[in-house]
Write a protein that binds this ligand. Structure first.
Ligand code: PLP
Length: 433
């Protein structure tokens, strides 16, 4: 029984370097966080050794008495963390991650080629909400289902609900998805419920980015209006990498959601659950019910506001003019630069964030903005004051990029920028994660 340093110094060394990188950088990617030592202990435990296809009490292998106990505990904690009673809501904690969770929902309630509507990816949506380009069906969720995106009103940066309503009336989707990877505002769930009801569609929320904020009741609650809610577990919720699907224990549009979703997860699309992840998730969901967690989520939001306010003070244009949640989207186009170069310059200074398309981008190849999130650095103890400094540091990186753009051909600065961009991966659109 060798430890990692003895049996594989190569992998040990890579892990050490990554740990050092995480430690040294300002981590501002809105979908990332630092999970706790307790979660990592569970994830790195013997739970990884066990096969347990099926659900508690109905497994395909023996030896699952403790795994059953763990999964039931995790389910109970998941419902409690989101203030749900087990009579009306159920949860499946086995999805391997957010994208599989979404595909499992579609498999459960749709037939191949049924119609879905999600927020368009260049306007902040996620690949797994049916993303396709004019040339290509990119995501399996647009290959196997017919997808018609809804979009933002480019003048306000807010979801264009009127247009969604009009399009839904014509397109008559079977599923409407509320949720995003790069949307700084709350969704209007009551309005979306009305639209879904009017066209006979299911309403699903994908709260992946905001699930920690939902658990702490610091943003609007999708459970009040949706039939199904999916989430990843490693973003603002601060757990291990995984996914969950919450469903109404009801017959909705003629479908028994509980059995349809459970069957879509297994045997539909997955095999054995990752029990080590379920162990880590149970730990995270216990914590999610604590006052400390609520305080943390409040700080995630107030830190993000401090960041947004400072950026506005510095003259930046934010999509939607600010933020209700954990992220801001900065539109860099008024400065004549794009997000890709700023991302690279900041990366060189150990400031990690991502380029992001912003509404109105002419080409998805050159995203005009950057996305900045507060969860990870709030976990590391940053306060509003530090987030003001973060805005100032980002401003420095942006100024360098602006200067470089103006630099004379052949100047040192322009050569430097050439070097910077040539060492980067191609400056193509990077899909928000
Ligand atoms: N849904 C949303 C809104 C997301 O932002 C993401 C990922 O960032 C996912 C789903 C997919 O999660 P995963 O990367 O775990 O598949």
């Amino acid at each position: 029984d060798f430890n990692l340093s003895e049996c594989d110094p190569e992998v040990r060394s890579i892990i050490d370097k990554e740990k050092e990188r995480q430690f040294r950088s300002l981590e501002l990617i809105a979908s990332e966080n630092f999970t706790s030592r307790a979660v990592m202990e569970a994830v790195g435990s013997c739970l990884t050794n066990k096969y347990s296809e099926g659900l508690p009490g109905k497994r395909y292998y023996g030896g699952n008495e403790y795994i059953d106990e763990l999964e039931i505990l995790c389910q109970e904690r998941a419902l409690a963390a989101f203030h749900l009673d087990g009579k009306n809501w159920g949860v499946n904690v086995q999805p391997l991650s957010g994208s599989p969770a979404n595909f499992e929902v579609y498999t459960a309630i749709l037939n191949p080629h049924d119609r879905i509507m999600g927020l368009d990816l260049p306007h902040g949506g996620h690949l797994s909400h049916g993303f396709m380009t004019p040339k290509r069906r990119v995501s399996g969720t647009s290959i196997y289902f017919e997808s018609m995106p809804y979009r933002l009103d480019e003048s306000t940066g807010l979801v264009d609900y009127d247009m969604l309503e009009k399009t839904a009336t014509l397109f008559r989707p079977k599923l409407i998805i509320a949720g995003a990877s790069a949307y700084p505002r709350d969704f209007n769930y009551p309005r979306m419920r009305k639209i879904a009801d009017a066209v006979g569609a299911f309403l699903m929320a994908d709260m992946a980015h905001i699930s920690g904020l939902v658990a702490a009741s610091v943003v609007a609650n999708p459970f009040e209006y949706c039939d199904i809610v999916t989430t990843t577990t490693h973003k603002s919720l601060r757990g291990p990498r995984g996914g969950m699907i919450f469903f109404k224990k009801d017959l909705v549009l003629g479908i028994d959601l509980e059995s349809a979703i459970n069957n879509a997860v297994f045997p539909g699309l997955q095999g054995g659950p990752h029990n080590h992840t379920i162990g880590g998730l149970a730990v995270c969901l216990k914590h999610a019910q604590s006052q400390e967690f609520k305080n943390y989520q409040n700080k995630v939001v107030s830190n993000c506001r401090a960041l947004a306010d400072r950026l506005i003070e510095l003259g930046y244009k934010l999509v939607s003019g600010g933020s209700d949640n954990h992220l801001v989207l900065v539109d860099l186009r008024p400065l004549g630069i794009d997000g890709a170069r700023v991302e690279k310059i900041l990366d060189m200074s150990s400031i990690t964030l991502n380029k992001n398309s912003v509404p109105g981008d002419k080409s998805a190849l050159v995203p005009g903005g950057i996305r900045i999130g507060s969860p990870a650095m709030t976990t590391r103890g940053f306060t509003e004051q530090e987030f003001v400094s973060v805005a100032d540091f980002i401003h420095e990186g942006v100024q360098i990029t602006v200067e470089a753009k103006k630099a004379a051909p052949g100047s040192k600065l322009q050569e430097f920028m050439k070097f910077v961009t040539s060492t980067s991966f191609p400056l193509t659109h990077k899909v928000s994660d």
